[in-house]
Design a protein around this ligand. Structure first.
Ligand code: PMP
Length: 449
């Protein structure tokens, strides 16, 4: 433990040992935690305990698109806490949550107009999977129990999301606990066919035909749903090939399989439209969301559902409740108030249009890294981009870790998985901040070649 870290608020040394850090190599980080301790944030920057300023190149964990400490959001949170700080989520509700459901339904693609609230992306995914199973059962098709995800997919850490997820490392320790009957489509990233593509790759629509193979193998009558991220975020910005999602939609429709888009990252503007579904021109049966809806300030997630799915529950056999599912904090009034303030700022600032304006600036800048040492691939779409580094031989992930740690010392917070660096800067970033972010990354890549 580094005894030099002082908690200024409490005027005592910080002890890092009791805290089990999530998705973190605790032993490595706790050997030198100082660079990782953030004490405040404003706009697109964090400030660390030792006084460094870090550009927030992934908008938190994709969740703070409006930047930090937005006064309107802070005020909305304070006022809601004074007015109604909690309301039981079962059998009761409140005006701010009702208005938010209506507002999200209005923003969502045509036909998706019922909203179930959760507190995280993981909960949103597990909720969507349960709704899919319940829907088929109520329609007399209880045999539809299979759920299909995709390799490299990330759908959170609940047992449902983990099972349909396709990140190998996340599954390994729990391999014996996966939900039965889950299968995975191939992922759509292929270095030989699409390296250094800008926007949507032209190659790869045929990979959706994997689903036809599964229908033949398992019989459509056993398949409940397919869940995919329209753009795979956590795997390192894997952009859907042109026509791929259209094909998945068509196969699902033909076989009565529900299509779920996990838009926890792509929802609320990241691709320059309210939802990825809008930008990509494919409407699923359910959309999961979280992150950006509250600008990351308080947790909130949810599922937007096609009306017909909701109606199936409402016309089902009378029971104590239609769906035996929910969370103590579903539709929390504080989260709902913050969501309204966040959506107000997005609307007033026309920020989805701004994403579309920043997209070519990010694309132009990030692809100039191609000539730097040891670059394997570069991808971008909306306000997202990723750079795959050639790994240090025999040490996967080590080069990206070095780039990340040097970045912390030099003024940028990057996100890496394996040897991929992913970026998703705040929508409020200036063009100079976007190009500056890429120049900082260029310097780091050169130094850690
Ligand atoms: N789905 C997707 C697509 C995500 O990117 C994430 C989080 N990165 C999740 C689900 C899980 O969200 P949470 O961490 O809020 O549970």
């Amino acid at each position: 433990m580094d005894h030099a870290i002082i908690d200024q608020a409490a005027d005592r040394q910080l002890n890092v040992e009791p805290y089990w850090m999530p998705f973190t190599p605790n032993r490595h980080v706790k050997a030198d935690p100082t660079p990782r301790i953030v004490t405040s944030a404003k706009g697109a920057y964090y400030r660390t305990a030792d006084g460094r300023e870090l550009f927030d190149s992934l908008s938190g964990l994709w969740c703070c698109p409006l930047g930090h400490a937005q006064p309107r959001i802070v005020e909305a949170l304070r006022r809601q806490a004074e007015t109604l700080d909690y309301c039981p989520a079962f059998q009761m509700t409140n005006p701010v949550t009702l208005r938010l459901a209506e507002r999200i339904a209005d923003m969502a693609p045509d036909g998706l107009d019922r909203v179930f609230f959760t507190n995280s992306g993981s909960e949103a995914v597990d909720t969507a999977l349960k709704i899919a199973l319940g829907y088929h059962r109520l329609r007399g098709e209880a045999g539809r129990f299979r759920m299909i995800g995709r390799e490299k997919g990330y759908h959170g850490v609940g047992f449902g999301g983990m099972s349909v997820g396709g990140m190998v490392a996340n599954r390994k320790m729990f391999a014996t606990a996966m939900i039965q009957g889950v299968d995975h489509l191939r992922h759509t990233h292929d270095y030989a066919e699409m390296a250094f593509s800008k926007g949507q790759p032209a190659w790869g629509a045929h990979l959706a035909d994997d689903l036809e193979r599964m229908v033949a193998l398992h019989d459509a009558g056993t398949i409940a749903c397919v869940i995919v991220e329209p753009l795979q975020g956590s795997a390192g910005v894997i952009v859907p090939p042109l026509g791929y999602l259209q094909r998945l939609r068509e196969i699902c429709t033909r076989h009565g399989i529900l299509l779920i888009f996990d838009e926890v990252i792509t929802g609320f503007g990241r691709l320059g439209a309210p939802f990825g579904a809008d930008r990509l021109g494919v409407i699923p049966d359910m959309i999961t969301f979280a992150k950006g809806i509250t600008n990351g300030i308080v947790p909130m997630g949810g599922v937007i559902v096609r009306k017909e799915i909701y109606d199936t529950f409402m016309t089902g056999p009378a029971a104590a409740v239609e769906l035996f599912h929910g969370y103590t904090y579903s539709g929390h009034p504080l989260a709902a108030a913050v969501a309204h303030a966040s959506l107000d700022l997005m609307e007033e600032g026309d920020l989805f249009a701004r994403v579309r304006e920043l997209e070519p600036i990010l694309e132009g800048a990030v692809h100039t890294l191609r000539d730097e040492p040891g670059i394997k691939d570069i991808r971008n779409f909306g306000l997202t981009a990723a750079v795959d580094l050639e790994p240090t031989p025999g040490q996967p992930g080590a080069r990206a870790l070095r780039v990340f740690e040097r970045g912390l010392r030099e003024g940028i917070l990057l996100r890496f998985t394996g040897d991929t660096i992913a970026m998703g800067p705040p929508f409020i970033s200036t063009p100079a901040e976007i190009t500056g972010m890429i120049e900082m990354l260029r310097g780091l890549i050169r130094t850690e070649a």
